[in-house]
Ligand binder design. Structure first.
Ligand code: FUB
Length: 345
């Protein structure tokens, strides 16, 4: 729900109807990327703070500086905050805005992937490594070569290949990369450089990772999201087109690419037969939450599937002070996902 429509909300009533409660309340957390590593749930969220930046459509108010890792023995158990895992001051190339991260595990090492703005004002994606899923993580000196934009999500396929999905429009700057290099032309408006409503929407990107998981093994490729007729979704199809918050999971041999529609506040999914797509739009996973942004991950824990997501109910609607939550997902027999309404207990 956009910030201008929260004035009338009775948060005590809303919380009674909420299908789940914040997993941690001592800090604000968002953009939860959940993984089941070695029999335990690890959540890699953004760590929201109020840095006093004014709200704008480029997301300047999301001025996060560090990451904490949260773990849980099961979805019903206490969520434990393992403290500082990485701070922007320890990342040579990054100046600010530590946005939605993700993590991967390979051969006893753990990799934290994160977007941040460099000193040139351009978002890139970095990686930091640890021997522990909780960190602390040691960052690589440079951002991943050929990375750009925001919201990395790293997916491990059953054959042991890893792929990074990423991208985000408006404040995530994807629209500035339409020619293959960063378009620094003014105006710095969130909607400048976007396609027209009747043109195909901007697409998220995927790249296979190198064996050491530190770089892209190939030039990032766009991934297509198609409608029921096999046509690309259009830029004006705001209720279905990709905005940010890419995630990939595999269910019954199919590849489910899920994402946020941003300004219409849905989490949607599209289904394909391989990691590169194309993906056909399948429907909504989550209806709008309190707060402007919606961001999620999908993780299997002991045979059940869960949606990790966030809302701004704990902060009573402050868009950049969010809290991570979890709820179960239900698949229909045909592989479609039932839409979750976050406030209908
Ligand atoms: O948390 C900052 C940004 O807000 C994320 O990168 C987006 O996905 C949105 O949740």
């Amino acid at each position: 729900m956009p910030e201008d429509s929260i004035d009338h909300i009775d948060f005590d009533e809303l919380n009674k109807k909420a299908i789940s409660q914040p997993l941690v309340k001592h800090i604000y957390t968002a953009d939860p990327s959940a993984h089941y590593f070695n029999g335990k749930i690890y959540i890699y969220p953004s760590h929201d703070v109020d840095a006093g930046e004014a709200f704008d459509d480029l997301g300047s108010h999301f001025a996060m500086e560090d990451y904490h890792v949260i773990s849980m023995k099961s979805v019903d158990s206490e969520a434990v905050d393992h403290g500082l895992a990485l701070h922007v001051n320890d990342v040579d190339w990054a100046e600010k805005q530590m946005w939605a991260p993700d993590a991967a595990h390979k051969n006893g090492k753990y990799y934290l992937y994160f977007p941040a703005k460099g000193y040139d004002g351009i978002f890139r994606i970095g990686v930091a490594v640890s021997d522990s899923p909780m960190g602390p993580f040691k960052p690589q000196p440079e951002a991943i070569k050929n990375s750009f934009s925001i919201d990395p999500a790293v997916f491990e396929d059953e054959d042991g290949s890893y792929y990074m999905y990423f991208g985000g429009i408006w404040g995530g700057q994807l629209q500035r990369w339409r020619t293959g290099s960063f378009n620094a032309e003014e105006p710095e408006s969130p909607t400048a450089h976007l396609p027209k409503d009747d043109e195909p929407a901007l697409l998220p990107f995927v790249a296979k990772m190198t064996d050491d998981l530190l770089e892209f093994a190939e030039k990032p490729k766009e991934i297509q999201i198609l409608d029921e007729n096999g046509d690309l979704l259009l830029a004006g199809d705001n209720e279905r087109r990709f905005f940010e918050a890419a995630w990939m999971h595999k269910y019954n041999g199919k590849y489910y690419f899920s994402y946020s529609t941003g300004d219409t506040h849905f989490i949607c999914y599209a289904v394909g037969d391989n990691p590169y797509g194309p993906f056909t739009y399948g429907g909504r996973i989550l209806n709008p939450v309190v707060g402007w942004t919606s961001h999620h991950s999908i993780c299997e824990v002991e045979g059940k599937w869960y949606l990790f997501y966030h809302d701004s109910s704990l902060s009573k609607g402050v868009t950049h002070l969010r809290s991570i939550k979890v709820t179960e997902i239900t698949y229909n027999d045909d592989g479609s996902i039932q839409t979750i309404d976050p406030y209908t207990k």
